[in-house]
Ligand binder design. Structure first.
Ligand code: FES
Ligand SMILES: [Fe+2]
Length: 348
């Protein structure tokens, strides 16, 4: 269950560079992404109107998507342009999807194209700024995307799932505060005067700060529809104001999570971290990305096992504890958006 009238991250630009089309299912829509005329991002149904071959098995030639079966050339708007030895005027049009390249990602609108407004694409204030650095990756996860929303809106699991990197017992002990803010949900946790776990000790060193002193640590998770979670995370040398501390006392960043449903039980998980300290240090960017990759692989493993259990026992009732409030509220917003898209039945 997912709203389709929304902008989702479909891929990163490098996935469609080099003249290769990319076949990717988003919200159950089989789509092929490629660079059309002038390098502009295009997205059309992954279905050749000739005999139904996936167009993603073809290639891109002068901005046209050429089917790998019999050479039909498809245009960005879903209209056949040519086919060797054929007149193509009467060929049916295939569906084209609104797609935009922005902030270092390719975004797609898998729902009603009429409603797609690029101005509504999630704004990333750091994306085009030279004083910020970003590194990230993509995992294909066999689980309902809402399990990832739950996971990111409740970081209690860090103590258990990520014991060797970002977990620490104080996470369990610090109360979590969940607040709905319009269509956003914010879950915050503050841990004062604790020792930094290994991932954050490395970041303190990366920021040129001592890694053996007590710190104030914070996690502020923000859910933004349809399924994006941005998490302000960081540590500051204890007693300097935590999240509000002057930049010279802290290592802080934004964990970026774009969670794109593929099917009901699988997702494309775009993860990364944006930081505004030591931004020119490419080795630090790589180190952070490798650390995150390990952390998120741990989540992925847990979620896929959880999904297998849930699929085997679809009727089992699950608990809703206070730590689950962030995910519960986020799911309510997702439900509301999806309900708006269902046709209303008029009772005569
Ligand atoms: S199936 Fe695509 S050209 Fe024949
Ligand atoms: Fe996690």
């Amino acid at each position: 269950m997912f709203p389709k009238n929304a902008w989702y991250v479909a891929c990163t630009p490098d996935e469609i560079d080099g003249g290769k089309p990319l076949g990717r299912t988003v919200c159950n829509e089989k789509i092929v992404f490629y660079r059309g005329e002038g390098g502009r991002v295009a997205a059309v149904e992954d279905f050749c109107p000739h005999r139904g071959a996936p167009l993603s098995l073809g290639r891109v030639c002068n901005g046209q998507l050429v089917c790998g079966y019999h050479g039909l050339a498809m245009g960005c708007e879903g209209k056949t342009i040519s086919m060797p030895g054929q007149r193509v005027q009467g060929f049916p049009t295939i569906r084209a999807y609104p797609a935009v390249e922005r902030h270092g990602f390719v975004w797609v609108w898998p729902g009603d194209a009429e409603q797609a407004d690029p101005a509504a694409i999630h704004h990333l204030e750091w994306a085009d700024r030279p004083d910020w650095a970003y590194g990230g990756g993509l995992y294909h996860v066999q689980a309902d995307y809402r399990l990832m929303v739950d996971n990111l809106m409740d970081l209690t699991h860090e103590t258990y799932v990520h014991a060797g990197s970002i977990g620490q017992k104080e996470i369990d002990e610090a109360p979590v505060i969940t607040k709905a803010d319009g269509e956003h949900v914010v879950t915050s946790r503050f841990m004062d005067n604790v020792l930094a776990p290994p991932f954050w000790r490395a970041n303190l060193r990366g920021a040129g700060l001592p890694d053996d002193q007590p710190v104030d640590r914070w996690q502020v998770c923000r859910f933004v529809p349809p399924s994006h979670v941005m998490i302000e995370v960081g540590v500051a040398l204890a007693g300097h104001g935590g999240l509000q501390a002057d930049a010279k006392y802290k290592a802080s960043s934004i964990v970026v999570d774009f969670i794109t449903p593929e099917t009901e039980t699988s997702m494309w998980y775009f993860w990364g971290m944006a930081r505004n300290f030591n931004v020119a240090d490419a080795a630090l960017t790589a180190e952070i990305r490798d650390g995150q990759a390990r952390v998120f692989a741990e989540d992925t493993q847990m979620l896929e096992a959880q999904q297998r259990n849930l699929s085997a026992h679809p009727k089992r009732r699950l608990l809703m504890l206070n730590i689950d409030a962030g995910g519960v509220q986020a799911r309510r917003i997702i439900d509301r958006l999806a309900a708006r898209e269902r046709p209303t039945h008029v009772v005569a």
